[in-house]
Ligand binder design. Structure first.
Ligand SMILES: Nc1ncnc2c1ncn2[C@@H]1O[C@H](COP(=O)(O)OP(=O)(O)OP(=O)(O)O)[C@@H](O)[C@H]1O
Ligand code: SF4
Ligand SMILES: [Mg+2]
Length: 394
């Protein structure tokens, strides 16, 4: 787990990354204070910015070489936007991303293009991300050629090696994406990411479009590939169960920010943030005795709108442990907690994590209040703002 002292210093050191210089366990990617705010425009003739969607709103994240970092959270909390911002596929409003010590914002043109080879993405919908007019051979060769990786090698042997790595037969080379099942297509997507020999792969919901029966196979494939090729993964999912078995560390996101981050075993053994506890309590346990007796925390209401996030702790509108004043006004930082047996690597953004863990604070009811639909139809400039969907009374 990283401490501020581990962090890569902010000055750009080189203009390109030498991956071989970064040992396993060293920080490969270091994101600091990342914000992505999308402007909301309004107006028929002249567009004016009338607000922002605070999709990612202040995230520090370090990923070490050779680890799998699982990023989880509800739909719309900003996971994909963060993943894209880390790869410089989304413009950041604020913050910086260092990859192998190099400030990615300092890279331009050809240097940035070369750099992209080291950071690949696997998408949720392989059919949408693979050109339907290209055979698997063409799809795999495209990236390799663009980065000059076919020169002086037996390209066909390399393609067969890639297919073998992802568990597809060599006959797949002449096929088109639509000729495969969903799981096989995702294997093609993974082979394409692997084809340029990247150091980091961001897999955005890599199994959520697949049948449940195939999900485990693809997750196991990612785990095998990591071991075989020493890859580093950021795996994004809305389901804690999906990332559980492959993640070394897990970050839980809520409305544009991390609310908890820990080694996977620690997080699953003792989730500390009320939101993580609620997510975890929704994951079924195979043992029926444990399943029947364990604590369930039901979250009321939907995620509030990221265009109008609640003040203070963003989770306060849904939190069963919310305390007056402080929770509503002061935004909690991700911090090391003072709880016996909890390591410094488990950080939590909750003012009352210690009191909640000790039982000193007990959960209370959170009542939902239906929002007035007329609000949404009003002529006000801020009418597009989705009001926080739940409000606690009393
Ligand atoms: N280009 C964009 N312009 C405006 N708003 C955007 C844009 N991209 C994403 N958003 C908004 O930013 C917020 C975060 O979106 P994002 O896709 O990152 O969430 P997510 O956690 O990946 O959700 P999901 O689990 O559904 O994929 C959402 O409210 C979304 O509508
Ligand atoms: S800071 Fe308050 S509202 Fe936020 S999670 Fe902790 S107890 Fe709940
Ligand atoms: Mg997404």
């Amino acid at each position: 787990m990283s401490s501020p002292a581990d962090r890569v210093e902010s000055a750009p050191v080189e203009d390109s990354v030498v991956i071989e210089d970064i040992s396993e366990g060293d920080i490969l990617l270091d994101a600091q204070g990342v914000k992505v705010h999308f402007p909301i425009k309004k107006g028929v003739i002249i567009d004016r910015t009338v607000g922002h969607v605070y999709a990612v709103d202040g995230i520090d994240l370090q990923i070490r070489r050779g680890e799998t970092y699982g990023l989880v959270g509800e739909s719309g909390c900003g996971k994909s936007t963060l993943g894209r911002a880390l790869l410089q596929l989304e413009e950041m409003t604020e913050g910086s991303v260092f990859f192998g010590g190099v400030d990615l914002a300092s890279l331009k043109g050809e240097t940035l293009r070369k750099q992209r080879r080291h950071m690949q993405m696997v998408f949720q919908d392989p059919l949408g991300s693979l050109d339907p007019r290209q055979t698997v051979e063409q799809l795999l060769l495209e990236g390799m050629r663009a980065h000059g990786l076919t020169k002086g090698i037996d390209a066909r042997a390399r393609l067969i090696e890639l297919l073998t790595a992802v568990g597809l037969p060599r006959t797949a080379l002449s096929k088109y994406p639509h000729e495969f099942s969903g799981g096989q297509r995702q294997r093609v997507g993974i082979a394409r990411a692997l084809s340029v020999d990247p150091a980091l792969i961001v897999a955005d919901e890599p199994v959520s479009a697949l049948d449940v029966s195939v999900q485990a196979q693809v997750i196991n494939l990612l785990a095998d590939l990591q071991e075989e090729f020493g890859l580093t993964f950021l795996v994004i999912a809305h389901d804690l169960a999906v990332v559980r078995h492959i993640s070394d560390r897990v970050g839980v996101m809520y409305l544009g920010a991390l609310v908890e981050e820990a080694d996977a075993d620690d997080l699953y053994a003792e989730p500390l943030h009320p939101y993580t506890r609620a997510l975890m309590s929704a994951v079924p346990v195979p043992d029926p005795t444990i399943e029947d007796s364990r604590e369930r925390i039901l979250l009321s209401g939907d995620l509030p709108s990221p265009a109008n996030p609640p003040a203070g702790c963003r989770f306060h509108t849904r939190c069963p442990w919310r305390q007056p004043e402080r929770c509503d006004t002061e935004r909690p930082e991700l911090r090391v907690v003072q709880i016996d047996g909890v390591p410094a690597s488990q950080r939590v953004a909750c003012h009352y994590a210690e009191q909640i863990a000790s039982g000193e604070l007990q959960p209370h009811e959170v009542a939902t209040v239906a929002t007035d639909p007329s609000d949404q139809e009003s002529d006000r400039d801020d009418s597009f703002f989705g009001p926080a969907s739940v409000t606690e009374i009393g």
